[in-house]
Design a protein around this ligand. Structure first.
Ligand code: DGL
Length: 271
């Protein structure tokens, strides 16, 4: 009788300022269905994009500590703003932490655009960061980038209802600014925005390409998983994804029910 091959179930910690990183979690689950997923929504401290870098860095370190204490073998910073403000500090604290960050998809945008005018929707924190400046220099120096700091949009999505008037109004305002600049490609540079991509597409029109990097982040995560030493691998059957929030539990619950199609356990995290 042959022994069945163990199912490879790496423990992957994922976090965001709140609900947005669930767009990344969903893609990771699709690529790595046997992974044991741990997720922290820091909704009690969102929006990161309208906070200072030190604040975001401190919160990111607290959450990274929490997730590694829970046994995470890899960490995905599923937040552009936190990646910009804190990835360096988190990597310094966990040099062997196998950390994946998220950055606005300027590189894929450069290959998609036809007229060279690319809109970037992101938080103020991301757009003003040195990391973004370097990214733009490396991948978009030849493009005409139109930066749209989407003040208030992540906060409106954090209320849990993506079709609310507040969300629609924010989307309409920010998209009107980009439409006026004749962009043909829009980078969703915040992990909250894929949840309102239908509104953004409607505002921008069908010919504008939207760039969402969730799957690219999941691919990168899968590559890092392959690099885990055999001794680091667990072969337990995957359980439900474990989600914690520092904010309102019913809001997370409602969002998960609408957007995730795999089992999750939910709890509040007092961190
Ligand atoms: N989801 C986060 C990002 O990708 C930011 C949202 C916020 O401002 O908290 O940047």
């Amino acid at each position: 009788m042959t022994t069945p091959a163990p199912l490879f179930s790496p423990r992957i910690g994922v976090f965001d300022s709140g609900l947005g990183g669930l767009s990344v979690l969903r893609s990771i689950r699709q690529r790595l269905p046997h992974a044991q997923l741990l997720y922290v929504a820091d909704s009690g401290h969102a929006p990161y994009g309208e906070r200072g870098d030190d604040y975001v860095c401190d919160r990111s370190l607290v959450i990274a500590d929490f997730l590694y204490r829970q046994g995470a073998q890899l960490l995905v910073i599923a937040c552009n703003t936190a990646t910009a403000a804190a990835a360096t500090a988190v990597r310094a604290r966990y040099p062997d932490g196998r950390i994946v960050g998220v950055e606005p998809g300027l590189k894929p945008a450069a290959t998609q655009t036809r007229n060279g005018r690319v809109g970037v929707m992101a938080t103020n924190g991301t757009l003003r960061s040195e990391r973004f400046r370097l990214l733009a220099q490396a991948h978009a120096a030849h493009l005409d980038l139109r930066l749209q700091a989407c003040t208030g949009l992540a906060a409106a999505i954090e209320a849990g209802e993506v079709d609310s008037d507040a969300v629609r109004e924010r989307v309409a305002t920010h998209c009107a600014a980009l439409r006026a600049q004749d962009v043909d490609t829009v980078v969703l540079g915040c992990t909250h925005y894929p949840f309102v991509a239908h509104h953004i597409q409607a505002e921008m029109g069908p010919d504008v390409a939207l760039i969402d990097t969730s799957d690219a982040v999941a691919r990168r995560t899968a590559t890092l998983v392959e690099s885990l030493a055999a001794s680091d691998q667990t072969d337990a059957e995957p359980t439900a994804a474990a989600l914690w929030t520092t904010g309102d539990l019913p809001t997370l619950q409602g969002f998960v029910q609408r957007w995730l199609d795999f089992p999750c356990t939910l709890a509040t995290e007092p961190a």
